[in-house]
Design a protein around this ligand. Sequence first.
Ligand code: ZN
Length: 344
Amino acid sequence: MEPEPSGPEPGERLAEDPDSAVLAAAAAAVEPLEAVVDMEPLDRPRRLLLVHAHPDDESIGTGATMAKYAAENALVTLVTCTLGEEGEILVEELADLAADRTDGLGRHRTGELAAACEALGVTDHRFLGGAGRYRDSGMMDTPSNSRPGAFWNADLDEAAGHLVAVMREVRPQVVVTYDDFGGYGHPDHIQAHRVTVAAFEAAREADRYPDAGEPWSPAKLYYSAIAKSSLQAGIDYFREAGIESDFFSAELTSADDLPFGVPDEQITTQIDAREQLPAKVAAMRAHRSQIAVDGPFFALADGAGRTAFGIEHFVLARGERGPGSGENDWEDDLFAGVEPSRRG
Ligand SMILES: [Zn+2]
């Protein structure tokens, strides 16, 4: 086990960050329930657990949903599987942290993630197996796949055991991760899927991981998804605005030409969290080593891109689908059909 990296204190980082005002405002908008009434985490009737691969995935993929449920005083627990050591660094002054130089990016990103969670109003965050237990594997078929500790090579039983312990501790009714393609094929996202599915099945079995707490059976498992219709809206927005980027090239006209995105027919759930868009944007800004503030993501978050960013989609993978609404009969709540309950 590697020593636990000591990332910068969230407050310390925020003080010197040019975006601190935005982050502070977003964080102040959400008052943790414990600060208002005397309450234990398990007293919250609705509990949501999200499993993500790297710092920043939570904000990009599910940030609006996390902020929405946190603002509604559900318990939102985030488990991040790696520190994101292999991420591409977009900020010049941080270039020295690269994996092939000082390899300090993971430690730096723990600070970015803390600031992002603050912006989202999420107070319960953990790293799978503890910070630094699993290393970012980098993109598929690169040498970093085989670096010591790479999550891609993690022992599945051991990694699932860490997650089972979290599930039995916080007792979520709803669990969220990626589909078996990891959304877009990154090895750590695929591994996060495998680990989460294994833990979801094992958490309820008393004879599995008997030292990891009392069995707990989450009611629903979801895969986060980018709906093809949302991708199309993004493509149309960029074309109309005349914005070009690596991601949205001028030749790209149809979401069907992208190797990811889920057809709308397969979507089961749509969370409209447009009210939380400022929190999501603030959280993404907190990941400043990874997401260029002048890049396409932030351009999209403006104006007509609000819908594509503030509305997030999911596919129910385990459990009973709750009542839906609208023309697609999609659920509008991850807890639809789930009986909220304290503790058990
Ligand atoms: Zn990722």
